[in-house]
Design a binder for this molecule. Structure first.
Ligand SMILES: Nc1nc2c(c(=O)[nH]1)N[C@H]1C(S)=C(S)[C@@H](COP(=O)(O)OP(=O)(O)OC[C@H]3O[C@@H](n4cnc5c(=O)[nH]c(N)nc54)[C@H](O)[C@@H]3O)O[C@H]1N2
Ligand SMILES: Nc1nc2c(c(=O)[nH]1)N[C@H]1C(S)=C(S)[C@@H](COP(=O)(O)OP(=O)(O)OC[C@H]3O[C@@H](n4cnc5c(=O)[nH]c(N)nc54)[C@H](O)[C@@H]3O)O[C@H]1N2
Ligand code: SF4
Ligand SMILES: [Mo]
Length: 756
């Protein structure tokens, strides 16, 4: 299929990064070979900084990245890239990026060689497990591990060998509600269908801002262009969000929704669909169990009954539901705003149900299941056991990270005393981060596999910094399971591994080997580490080759090497309801006691004028200056970890509180002045930015800032530290069904700040 060339839709030109930027050249470590007479080489790569998977063409000279451009031949991104792509060069050259292991001795860091550091790390974890049991060591794996092949493949094997069931990850402050819904409805936690953006004619985006985030659980680079394409084929895009976002501004219609009120809105839309006879199962016909149950469940939620709670008029609710049902091809997409709230699973489930009962699943232009070349499947499980302190159920073998601090703090049998972290910064990313910050200080031992000395890793006893991912091969094994087009792409390393560097695969392989030695008793070897060692004796490329061999196409590693921009496997394909591990016979199950429980909890709350314990009278006319706080992502920021990139930090402090001018007038604050935002758990001080884009009574701040804690080594980030939103979010209340963190709709008090 000939590739269309698509102009870059980013707001910066895809122009070359300046050659040999002198500001950074000074910082290049001396061990790197000089690049003076080196010849230029071209490398094709996938950007691994977010989920969009943009194809890049890198020109490199020796160890210097000379230019970064969008790859027009990439079958998925077709030339698109965003400003963060340039951050790759900054990250590679970052003088603060750790290159050698650090060991903490008497409270200060010293550099150590790999063998010493790995032994020290394994011995420390082993000591805690010997003294207090295997579950006394917990693990936390952060978001970038999904974007880095060697970390992705090594992490689970290491954690299995570690043997502790106390596993945490960024998934429980993110998409777990969508995964739990997929598990209940389709029978597998990764059975998440994606909008068929190439063909849909009616797209609802709820609780997502893909024009800035570049899409999530929907690998779809270049969203601006994709939205315009929907519109130019006569389609419509509707955004439902408490803020008029960058996506909403491109859309045909935007509806303000009160934070956390997704579930009542969706129940009312479902009620409309049943009441107006718009239920038609399409490809799902003959598979759906529990349809009558859903009809009864939503029957009481007429649009009129939820209008006040949602802030959306009854007429709009009815109209949008009917437009969606009547569009020839339609897809309802919900993302993080619908997840990180009290009714996260219920809202995610209701979006799944609306798509199912309008016949949008597994059909072109609706929601489709990608058919990846290297399939990963995971059925998952739920409620096999419960957390010690708060009795929250495991999901997929994990506990929600909102419970990590209490599991460390609370004495008794099963208390966490040791921690392994990789590619995460939970101090800035989990609700009530300040509490976790303090709890980490009390651990007996902590190991971090991370290239930065940040708010979290500063607590470690040893930091094992992996080599930069550009020195490793890449295959985006997870994100290609969620792509809006089936593609396969493998890239060999751009640079030879730096001298004395190790990948996550090698670091964790080394730790497993050492743990095995420590656990062996005479002739008797340890089974768990033995199996892991066998796995680590292969390499990531071999693992990908075997996944490809298990996949539905005859694509080999040789094919991928011969097609450096990627192999196009075509548009999404119907038949997904029969692919992968699902409920028996591909059944779609809509009736679940857990869901019924959430619906009655919601009904009770609504009668009390509350949702998720937040009064829906909050804000607006409330004389008490109370607001609800929501988050936002910014194009030049990536969670907590790209604030040390000079090319992204132009423009200085971006950590501001967006507020509607009417609210500001009521508080007597002006744009640029500082306010204090406080909640049940903490307080931050932050400048205000006034905008009509905010729903009255709602304020928004970005997360991942707050680089003010001592001991952090990120010089540029520390110059523009901002404040951490998660010093205000609360780890007390959590999502109703598996304890996902609540990061939106947080009740706060905002007052003019006393500090200048
Ligand atoms: N208030 C609020 N909080 C939020 C969110 C929100 O919307 N609002 N969003 C949540 C979401 S969706 C997520 S995913 C989480 C993210 O939460 P985390 O995953 O905990 O945090 P990140 O900021 O992504 O952490 C990145 C860490 O990975 C390291 N790193 C980067 N690349 C690599 C690599 O290749 N290998 C290794 N080993 N380490 C690497 C960085 O140095 C940094 O320490 O934050 C969540 N927190
Ligand atoms: N530039 C950039 N890109 C990123 C990231 C980044 O930090 N920076 N992070 C990456 C990560 S880890 C992820 S998970 C994805 C997330 O990608 P998205 O899901 O697109 O995340 P956001 O851009 O935070 O959009 C969430 C939207 O939900 C809205 N919202 C808040 N509360 C509610 C609510 O209660 N109901 C509804 N309906 N809406 C609500 C917010 O106003 C916001 O517009 O982005 C990824 N891409
Ligand atoms: S959209 Fe994401 S994948 Fe694409 S260039 Fe930007 S950060 Fe990289
Ligand atoms: Mo995320």
């Amino acid at each position: 299929m000939p590739l269309e060339t698509v102009e870059s839709t980013s707001n910066i030109k895809a122009e070359a990064v300046q050659i040999g930027n002198p500001a950074h050249a000074d910082f290049l470590p001396l061990s790197l070979p000089a690049c003076d007479n080196a010849t230029m080489a071209t490398h094709h790569r996938t950007c691994n900084l977010c989920e969009a998977n943009c194809g890049l063409v890198l020109e490199v000279s020796g160890r210097t990245i000379v230019s970064i451009k969008g790859d027009e031949n990439d079958p998925l991104s077709r030339g698109y890239l965003c400003p963060k792509a340039y951050g790759l060069k900054d990250l590679y050259e970052d003088p603060d990026r750790l290159r050698v292991p650090l060991v903490k001795q008497d409270g200060s860091w010293r550099e150590a060689d790999w063998e010493e550091a790995i032994d020290f790390a394994a011995e420390g974890l082993h000591r805690v497990q010997e003294a207090h049991g295997v579950n006394a060591v917990a693990s936390y794996v952060g978001n970038p591990s999904v974007h880095n092949l060697t970390a992705l493949l090594a992490g689970p094997a290491f954690i299995r060998a570690l043997g502790s069931r106390l596993r945490f990850s960024a998934s429980s402050i993110d998409q777990f509600p969508k995964m739990l819904s997929a598990y209940l409805v389709y029978g597998a936690q990764l059975a998440i269908p994606v909008p068929d953006l190439e063909r849909t004619e009616y797209l609802i985006v709820q609780g997502a801002n893909p024009v800035v985030s570049n899409g999530s659980l929907m690998t779809a680079p270049g969203m601006k262009k994709r939205i315009r394409d929907i519109q130019s084929r006569g389609g419509k895009v509707v955004v439902i969000d408490p803020r008029r976002t960058e996506t909403a501004k491109l859309a045909d219609e935007h509806l303000f929704l009160r934070p956390g009120a997704d579930a009542p809105l969706l129940l009312a839309m479902l009620q409309v669909l049943f009441a107006h006879g718009r239920v038609e199962l399409g490809a799902a016909e003959g598979r759906v169990e529990g349809l009558e149950h859903v009809r009864e469940m939503c029957a009481q939620f007429s649009p009129e009954t939820v209008a006040e709670a949602t802030g959306v008029s009854a007429a709009d609710i009815e109209r949008i539901a009917l437009e969606f049902a009547d569009a020839p091809k339609a897809a309802y997409y919900g993302r993080i705003g619908t997840c990180v709230q009290s009714y996260g699973t219920l809202a995610s489930y209701l979006i799944d149900v609306i798509n199912i009962v309008t016949g949008r699943v597994d059909v072109e232009g609706g929601l489709m299941f990608p058919n990846p070349a290297a399939p990963l499947s995971s059925k998952g499980h739920y409620k096999k056991w419960y957390s010690r302190v708060r009795d929250i159920p495991e999901f997929g073998g994990e506990l929600p990270v909102a419970t990590l601090a209490e599991e460390i703090e609370t004495p008794g049998e099963g208390q966490i005393r040791g921690l392994f972290t990789m590619a995460g910064n939970p101090v800035l990313s989990v609700p009530n981060g300040a509490r976790l910050d303090a709890a980490l200080d009390s651990l007996d031992f902590m190991v971090s596999v991370d290239p930065s000395l940040n708010e979290t890793t500063r607590h470690a006893d040893v930091i094992l910094p992996p080599r930069h991912s550009l020195e490793n091969p890449s295959y985006s094994a997870v994100l290609l399971q969620l792509a809006v087009r089936d593609v396969a792409k493998y890239s060999p390393p751009v640079f030879e591994p730096s001298e004395g560097s190790m990948s996550e695969w090698e670091i964790l392989g080394g730790m497993v080997e050492k743990l095995g030695e420590l656990r062996a008793q005479g002739e008797e070897t340890d089974r768990a580490t033995g199996m892991a060692c066998a796995y680590f004796s292969a390499d990531p490329q071999t693992v990908i080759a075997s996944l490809l061999a298990s996949g539905p196409y005859e694509v080999t590693m040789d094919d991928l090497l011969a097609n450096p921009s990627g192999v196009d496997l075509g548009s999404l394909k119907a038949g997904g309801l029969d692919r992968g591990r699902r409920h028996d016979e591909g059944a779609i199950k809509l009736g679940h006691p857990e869901i019924d429980g959430e619906v009655s909890r919601l009904r009770d709350e609504l009668t009390r004028g509350r949702i998720g314990e937040v009064s829906f009278a909050a804000g607006g006319s409330d004389p008490d200056a109370s607001f609800v706080l929501i988050g936002r992502r910014q194009l030049r920021s990536n969670n907590s970890w790209m604030h040390n990139c000079p090319s992204l930090m132009t423009g200085g402090d971006r950590c501001s509180l967006l507020m509607n001018p009417a609210d500001a007038g009521r508080l007597g604050v002006t744009g640029g002045s500082r306010v204090s935002v406080s909640s049940a758990v903490g307080q931050v001080d932050i400048p205000v930015e006034l905008t009509d884009d905010m729903m009255p009574g709602v304020v928004s701040m970005p997360h991942g800032f707050g680089h003010t804690r001592p001991g952090v080594r990120m010089s540029l980030a520390q110059d523009f530290p901002g404040a951490s939103m998660n010093d205000v979010t609360d780890d007390g209340p959590t999502e109703g069904l598996m304890g996902n963190g609540i990061l939106t709709g947080v009740p706060v008090r905002v007052v003019a700040s006393e500090s200048p």
